[in-house]
Design a protein around this ligand. Structure first.
Ligand code: AMP
Ligand code: GLY
Length: 417
């Protein structure tokens, strides 16, 4: 019976995909999204509350008798939305502020992995420039230098030269504008990356389908790091054996470790993994659904997502069913992204394409759909295999008109010719 009232917190493509999947649930009657975007507004009632305004969100959830709140972005988790909702007796799917440290503090994550022998790159942490620079100078290149703290994707430098490494360390440890600095210097890991998201409830782990993201802005994995320019699912090089290893040796032990440390995790644990010659290792953990991975993973979920969220909150078992279909999505981004970019350009033709469109940063102005963010929309094709899915996505993109957008033409290049 359709009776459940749900609030989704966030506004990007990830939240559009969550809303779209909740809309398929036989239990969900009404979906609100705060603040949402122009695409989400077609499937949910958008409420103008910012993701960081947790008091207003809690008040809204109470007033509207929301049965379940789902959190998209880390920004809301980092300010403790889950803790606040729990205090008010409101049901919410997402980790507490303490558990979200697995994403917000690189050092917390690194220490946890070292203590519980979860495979990852070796590392040293530094607070001062001189010892950090001495350490990096004495090691082989490339040097992997990470700013410890949420830095919206700007916090990682993979330096190919010592000059670049020195500059990165100076930026992070000497430049006040970056905030109070602390860095982690890691061993460089080599191999293809993949994203393994699992719904976690204490020690229980419910794996989702695999995906691969494309972090660089331009074709051939060139240009600056971005939030992600495209993704696909499944990932052919993640064999059953690799998946088993990642689940049994990485994701499950991490969930257990969080319980043992007194910070049980409830929410989506995102493993950013790299397949080295010694097997998969962790590059990073996130405490939330990935974006754009969610937009290619959730459309493959055939079972009821409300049930999954609900079971995770209560620690109940919950089986999931997945479609064999492949999904491949390409991000249309504003020219200039991830640097500065304009807004307000009209987008035509996206309504009538034969592919799924998840809005990332769009708005409606005087009845027209316009750009309103760095990443603007994700065009997701589907098919019997990834090649078919890619064809559908590309055909759809050709029908979308907007002079202010660019996209990568090679999403899936690591597994397609
Ligand atoms: P992160 O924000 O930690 O996911 O890092 C961003 C990107 O930097 C990753 O997607 C990798 O491509 C790269 N990277 C991070 N850590 C390492 C590492 N230890 N070895 C090789 N590449 C890395
Ligand atoms: N796509 C990478 C992330 O969500 O962090």
């Amino acid at each position: 019976m359709k009776s459940k009232r749900v609030l989704v917190v966030g506004s990007g493509g990830r939240c559009h995909a969550i809303v779209d999947t909740l809309a398929r649930s036989p239990q969900v009657e009404k979906i609100y999204c705060a603040p949402g975007n122009a695409g989400i507004a077609r499937q949910a009632e958008c409420v103008n509350i910012a993701v960081g305004d947790i008091e207003a969100l809690a008040a809204f959830a109470k007033e509207q008798k929301i049965d379940l709140t789902v959190v998209g972005p880390e920004a809301a988790l980092a300010v403790g939305i889950t803790d606040r909702f729990q205090q008010e007796g409101l049901r919410i799917f997402g980790p507490t502020k303490a558990a979200a440290q697995i994403e917000s503090s690189k050092e917390f994550a690194k220490r946890l992995m070292a203590k519980y022998e979860i495979p990852t790159a070796g590392y040293e942490a530094f607070e001062e420039f001189e010892p950090a620079w001495e350490y990096v100078k004495g090691r082989a290149l490339p040097a992997v230098i990470k700013y410890d703290g949420l830095a919206a994707g700007k916090g990682v430098v993979v330096a190919e030269s010592y000059e670049e490494a020195e500059e990165a360390l100076k930026d992070m440890l000497l430049d006040e504008s970056f905030g109070k600095g602390r860095v982690v210097v890691e061993d460089f890991l080599d191999g293809p990356e993949f994203s393994f998201m699992c719904v976690v409830s204490g020690e229980k782990v419910y794996p989702l389908a695999m995906a691969q993201d494309h972090k660089r802005a331009y074709d051939g994995d060139k240009g600056p790091n971005t939030g992600g320019m495209g993704a696909y699912s499944p990932v052919p090089f993640v064999t059953e054996e690799v998946r088993e290893f990642a689940l049994e040796r990485i994701m499950k032990p991490t969930a257990k470790a969080m319980v043992a440390e007194g910070v049980p995790f409830v929410g989506v644990l995102y493993g950013g993994l790299i397949l080295t010659t010694d097997g998969p290792k962790v590059i990073e953990f996130n405490a939330r659904f990935g974006d754009p991975e969610t937009e290619v993973v959730l459309p493959r979920l055939e079972s009821d997502i409300y049930n999954l969220f609900d079971a995770a909150i209560d620690g109940r078992d919950c089986a999931t069913e997945w479609s064999q279909e492949a999904m491949l999505g390409v991000v249309l981004a504003s020219k200039g992204y991830p640097g500065s970019y304009g807004k307000g350009a009209e987008i035509k033709g996206s309504e009538s394409v034969d592919a799924t469109i998840y809005h990332m940063g769009t708005a409606e102005r005087e009845g027209k759909l316009v750009t309103a963010g760095g990443r603007v929309m994700m065009v997701v094709g589907r098919g019997a295999d990834l090649a078919e899915a890619r064809e559908m996505a590309h055909r759809a993109i050709d029908q979308i008109e907007c002079e202010a957008l660019f996209h990568r033409r090679d999403i899936g290049h690591k597994v397609l010719n």
